[in-house]
Design a binder for this molecule. Structure first.
Ligand code: MG
Ligand code: MG
Length: 264
């Protein structure tokens, strides 16, 4: 069942999401060659707890194995999503998707940004740019009267122009008191199909886009998903609310992008 949110609830969701964005901004400041994803995780957990929230991902139950051991997912290069932070140092030319969730005052935040590490190839930079563009193309469709399928159609039509793949096994989702609520929000779909979008709908839209084929496989840790062809994948995610006839993006990349622009 889809739970539509009141304006007051949307403000609480915004607070949880802005904390995710602030956490990702802190991470943007330290991402560089030589840093480990475990260091990124430690920074995120401390920052989230210092702000009176809990990292939603820590201990999150899996459909495949044990609870998630860390506070953020760090997915490097060919790892698409749900990468477990570890002690491998990031190297020049890597990309790392950091997916972060918070629970603050009973509401969840969820957002992801794919960072460049040092100098990244033009080919990979294009993958990141196009994936982020596809997120905003999807968001534009989230207005009352449209349908969930319009979001997926907008995402996939954009990335297919570049020959990229759209991961189908994992989707965006409703969000509120729980990180994953109804409805599912696939990154593919038919225009005019799926659930009707109404005021009060709050969802996370999160294209997971592969440079090569869309097929993915589960890693032996039972969490991470990797591209079968080992080509890189990108992941950008915003939580949005539909209200007063418009789309309102509750998370923000503004400060992250300012730091990224200073670095590169
Ligand atoms: Mg996420
Ligand atoms: Mg999500």
């Amino acid at each position: 069942m889809i739970t539509l949110k009141t304006d007051d609830e949307i403000e609480l969701l915004r607070a949880a999401n802005l904390l995710v964005s602030a956490t990702l901004t802190e991470i943007a400041k330290i991402v560089r060659p030589g840093v480990t994803t475990r260091q990124i995780d430690a920074l995120a957990e401390q920052f989230i707890r210092d702000h009176g929230a809990t990292p939603t991902f820590k201990g999150f139950p899996s459909s495949f194995g044990g609870p998630f051991p860390s506070s953020v997912c760090t997915s490097v290069n060919e790892v698409v999503v749900h990468g477990i932070p570890n002690d491998r140092e990031l190297v020049d030319g890597d990309i790392v998707s950091v997916d972060c969730g918070t629970c603050l005052n009973g509401f969840c935040g969820d957002s992801c940004y794919t960072f460049c590490v040092g100098e990244v190839s033009a080919e990979v930079k294009q993958l990141l740019r196009v994936t982020k563009e596809s997120l905003y193309k999807g968001i534009e469709q989230a207005i009352p009267g449209h349908r969930i399928g319009d979001i997926g159609d907008a995402v996939e039509s954009h990335v297919y122009k570049y020959g990229y793949g759209v991961v189908r096994e994992l989707t965006g989702h409703g969000i509120g008191h729980e990180m994953h609520e109804e409805p599912q929000v696939p990154n593919y779909g038919k225009r005019g199909s799926g659930k009707l979008i109404k005021n009060g709908l709050c969802i996370a839209i999160e294209p997971m886009i592969t440079m090569g084929k869309r097929n993915i496989a589960l890693l032996p840790d039972r969490w991470g998903f990797i591209t079968c062809d080992r080509k890189p994948a990108a992941h950008f995610e915003h939580t949005i609310a539909v209200h007063h006839g418009k789309v309102d993006i509750l998370s923000s990349f503004c400060q992250i992008e300012e730091i990224e622009n200073q670095k590169y």
